[in-house]
Design a protein around this ligand. Structure first.
Ligand SMILES: Cc1cc2nc3c(=O)[nH]c(=O)nc-3n(C[C@H](O)[C@H](O)[C@H](O)COP(=O)(O)OP(=O)(O)OC[C@H]3O[C@@H](n4cnc5c(N)ncnc54)[C@H](O)[C@@H]3O)c2cc1C
Length: 341
């Protein structure tokens, strides 16, 4: 038996099915996975430029502590969350909804020394935050939000300090992280005073960087729509399935709103959502895939990011080998590798 195998399923206050993982163990698990499939990968590397020739990317320039180096490939996959490769390569991208607004970004933090047998529901959070506000504690932006109990410990993860991003430059990120870090300390003050079970809590960690739900997305050959998600549409070029409902965080004050999908249903993710509209050898994976604002509020979750990563990886490998995105071959290979399509 492995002590670190902690994938207990919890039904949260919102009705979501939470599969908790332990990030510190996950780092090693992912290293092992990469080794098993003999993948050569570089950490501590930043891609800073991309060169294109007509409809194709020819190379990317990367930077590490020893300087710059170039990586050439036949096909590229952008899995940067923020569509950074699309941006650097001049491929079409889009920001947010039709009004140019993206969902709130949140900086999670962790507290130890919490009596987790007490009520930690969004309603209990709201009571404590409102009491804190009445007592004059500043910068308590979001009143309703999630506190996640961490299985097997007295720790909780708090998802409250939030901001609506308007850009992702270094200046924007610095401002947003400074602002939300400051909020974290004020939430802790409110909790110590007004949240039963948190009287003796201690801050153990503020997230290493702000968590974006939505920023820049790739414009693909097909854009997944909210209707596709809500009507559980299937596609002939489906490369995987999404099963989560749209979870939308547009306002700063309240927690998420949901668009409901029938229990036990799924929608297909077509290959076209992973293919850049204007760059022949560029695929997207993760939260940046081509989807409208509400559809991406469903496809942005981690399980679906794994699915699109798998789909984009297999499609890119087949295109690199054969020169084309052969849909039957891509689907056959995915199926052979155990994907549900
Ligand atoms: C507060 C919050 C709570 C959430 N809660 C949940 C949840 O409970 N369940 C769930 O399923 N999902 C949740 N999500 C959503 C989910 O975590 C993300 O949408 C998902 O992890 C995105 O995965 P990704 O692979 O697309 O991007 P990321 O995980 O962001 O990966 C992108 C990677 O690319 C790297 N990168 C970017 N640019 C460059 C560059 N130029 N050079 C080199 N590397 C680069 C980044 O450093 C990063 O490592 C949450 C999101 C937030 C913000």
């Amino acid at each position: 038996m492995f002590l670190w195998r902690a994938t207990e399923i919890i039904i949260s206050a919102t009705g979501n099915k939470n599969v908790q993982f332990k990030p510190e163990y996950l780092k090693v698990a992912l290293d092992n996975l990469m080794d098993r499939f003999q993948v050569k990968y570089f950490l501590h590397t930043t891609m800073i430029d991309a060169k294109r020739n007509g409809q194709n990317i020819t190379s990317v320039t990367c930077f590490d502590d020893e300087g710059c180096f170039t990586v050439k490939a036949k096909v590229f996959v952008d899995a940067t969350g923020d569509a950074n490769l699309c941006h650097l390569a001049g491929a079409r991208t889009v920001w947010g909804n039709e009004d140019g607004q993206v969902m709130a970004a949140t900086l999670p933090f962790r507290l130890a020394g919490v009596d987790t047998s007490q009520d930690m529901s969004p309603a209990a959070v709201e009571r404590a935050v409102k009491a804190g506000k009445e007592a004059g504690i500043p910068n308590l932006t979001r009143e309703r939000g999630f506190i996640q109990k961490m299985t097997g410990s007295k720790e909780v993860m708090v998802l409250l300090p939030s901001v609506i991003p308007t850009g992702i430059s270094a200046e924007d990120l610095t401002d947003m992280e400074k602002f939300t870090r400051g909020q974290a300390l004020h939430y802790i003050e409110a909790f110590r005073w007004f949240m039963p079970g948190m009287e003796h809590c201690e801050l153990t960690m503020i997230g290493p960087s702000i968590g974006f739900r939505e920023t820049r997305r790739m414009v693909g050959r097909y854009t997944l729509s909210a209707e596709d998600v809500l009507t559980r549409r299937t596609f002939e070029d489906g490369i995987g399935r999404g099963g989560f409902k749209p979870e939308i965080h547009l306002g700063l004050k309240e927690a998420a709103t949901y668009l409901d999908v029938p229990h036990g249903s799924y929608y297909d993710i077509p290959l076209g959502c992973l293919q850049s509209a204007d760059t022949e050898n560029l695929y997207g994976a993760g939260r940046l895939i081509s989807a409208d604002h509400q559809a991406m509020a469903a496809s942005r979750v981690m399980g679906t990011c794994f699915v699109t990563g798998h789909g984009a990886g297999v499609a890119a490998a087949i295109q690199a080998k054969t020169g084309k995105a052969d849909v039957p071959a891509i689907r056959a290979e995915l199926e052979q590798q155990g994907a549900m399509i």
